[in-house]
Design a protein around this ligand. Sequence first.
Ligand code: F6R
Length: 354
Amino acid sequence: MQILDHPEEYSKIDLQGMRAEIEGLPTQLQAAYQFGLSQPLPAWKDIRQILIAGMGGSAIGADLLIAWLEGICPIPVILHRDYALPAWAHQPGTLVICSSHSGNTEEVLSVFEQARQARANLLAITTGGKLAQSARDAGVPLWRFVHAGQPRAAVGWSFGLLLALVTHLGLVPDPQVELLNAVANMRYQQEIIGCESPVAANPAKRLAGQLVDRWPLVIGAGVLAPVARRWKGQLSELAKCWAQFDVLPEADHNTVAGVIYPQDQLSRTMVVFLESSTDHPRNHLRAEVTRKVLMLEGLGTDTYTAPGNSALVNQWTALHFGDYLAYYLAMIYGVDPTPVDASESLKAELSQRG
Ligand code: F6R
């Protein structure tokens, strides 16, 4: 915990510069949107449904977008984290977007190939790899961006490019003002939760302290449901800690029942609720009552309330807070936040096996 008040020491643990990636996220988000607007698109006619194929850090941008689109987009946009192109996506009028930071993720490459064979409208989003090559070979539109770090650190890209795409397609009102507002609010919040801000004045550092040696469960609703997933992913990938996420109102229909066993594990659980001004009022109430129920069962609980009064502001400030939180937990555990050795060796074994 002491390390958190010594940001000059972070670089001894953070050997590959994850701090700079997190600090640069507001700039990345804005740049990605502008870059997306400058990219060419074919004159696709009559797009009736969109499927986005992606995994991990490349999928989360789509998750965020889809939650934001829910109240405003007239057509369904579905995220697909798997190998096979769903049957409905074979219908005419489907746009399939294959998004992979490395361009080498096998699930996404599999969907790309099936969508190509099905002659679907296709777009590839990547920094390179096999996906860029396949798109070029097949004459498929390709949005190629430059980002040298980890895919999860490129969440501004994976979201910003898709936001530009749905703007291009005329599916949403111009989001520029709301996006700039989100970026400004992230920068403002950063003054408070950034690395130079001491523990006493820094809620992200204090929450990281509460998570030490505990099992975090992050719960969100509406536009913050994918942010809960992001917090969980970042806690796992940066701090290498076992973490879970859940979503309201669904969690009230099952998760809350499972608070009796195993007792020693539950006493080490820390449940963090993500709340925002854009939550459905019933979900807001549910978060309050659910927190009370869990507290009475002896679970640790806390709430993070996202600043601002628009969905994009809520999403991006909450996401940024979670990135800092996971980073600080990594510093306390003394673990380098960048490498994900377990995922890499798993991918290597899978590719060895054919
Ligand atoms: C690693 C990370 C992973 C990857 C995932 C898919 O930083 O975030 O979750 O995003 O393994 O790889 P890409 O994004 O290259 O398709």
